[in-house]
Design a protein around this ligand. Structure first.
Ligand SMILES: [Zn+2]
Length: 321
């Protein structure tokens, strides 16, 4: 990000999730100058959510101008299936989008060039360029939360796929006789190793002795404290993750795997056994560096801004020719 750009330029960046929107003004050098959070309140329905997104984006652009800054672009990240080329939020379970032309709606409202990105792909973009994968070229970013998704980033670009669905590493088959996944098939990685799957599995095995719903973080803590049941569930998840990541490494041969999402907050309780399990699975493949994400929940906003800046640069370049 060394292009000569005006120091007062900012990108209006929004990372829209099922419950909240993280919003920021991001300078072209990746520095955030203002952050805001707003509720998404998806229960209001997609039309109201789209209205809120546009209001928040416009409000941020106005605040930038009031501070003497120049908004040059808008970057919006959303979950689900995203058609980046057309700027359409195709489908999202937790926000309720069905074929929403968010990019064009934002362009019409704000009069600024806008890009629409997928939340995990832009998060991976940010981690690869500004965070834990910085300087390593080939990065696999894996977000482990209620589901598991990944972004494969090569030289600062995240692959989108032919049908906008690259990176669905959570649906790699790891246990053919395992629990049924949300996608309908038994044995997917995310049915065993997502944060929600870990909590569910623990509750299932604990049966009547379970006190209350147990989160994956608590399972990690209890495993570290030596509780046999928690250790068993945690190890099952680690082994499944190692199988999934080994498949990822066989496909992509990356230098660095960056783990993000809620489960990565377990830190060394996850990374240490996972590194060992991944190491065991490497035959002739080169072992990737396995690290925790560095940007926390800012990654989505930063990545949305990076994607928007990339689009602006491509456009400027084309106009000069
Ligand atoms: Zn699945």
């Amino acid at each position: 990000m060394s292009d000569a750009v005006d120091a007062d330029h900012v990108v209006v960046a929004l990372d829209v999730g099922g419950t909240g929107m993280k919003c920021a003004l991001v300078r072209p050098d990746g520095v955030t100058v203002r952050t805001e959070r707003h509720p998404t309140d998806a229960s209001r329905g997609p039309t109201a959510v789209v209205g809120a997104i546009l209001d928040v984006a416009e409000g941020l652009a106005d605040k930038a101008r009031a501070d003497g800054l120049t908004p040059i672009a808008v970057g919006i990240a959303v979950p689900g299936v995203v058609d980046e080329a057309r700027g359409v939020a195709v489908w999202s379970a937790n926000v309720g989008f069905r074929d929403v032309p968010l990019r064009d709606l934002a362009v019409r409202r704000l009069g600024l060039p806008t890009t629409l990105g997928h939340d995990v792909r832009v998060g991976g973009l940010a981690e690869a360029r500004l965070g834990a994968g910085r300087g390593t070229g080939h990065v696999l970013f894996v977000a482990i939360g209620t589901g598991i998704a990944a972004a494969h980033v090569v030289d600062g670009r995240a692959a989108v796929g032919a049908h906008d669905a690259a990176g669905e590493i959570g649906h790699i088959l790891v246990r053919p006789d395992g629990p049924r996944c949300g996608c309908g098939r038994p044995g997917c990685l995310e049915a065993i190793a997502s944060a929600s799957a870990i909590g569910r599995r623990y509750a299932e095995l604990a049966g009547a002795t379970a006190d209350a719903p147990v989160t994956a973080a608590e399972v990690a803590e209890r495993a570290a404290a030596g509780e046999p049941l928690a250790s068993e569930v945690w190890q099952e998840a680690v082994e499944a993750l190692a199988d999934g990541l080994a498949t990822g490494q066989a496909l992509y041969d990356v230098a660095t795997i960056v783990l993000g999402g809620g489960l990565a907050q377990a830190g060394d309780r996850l990374l240490t056994p996972l590194r060992a399990a991944l190491h065991e699975r490497m035959t002739f493949h080169r072992e990737p560096r396995l690290v925790a994400a560095a940007l926390g929940d800012e990654a989505g906003c930063l990545g949305a801004a990076l994607l928007a800046l990339d689009a602006v640069r491509v456009r400027d370049h084309q106009e000069k020719r």
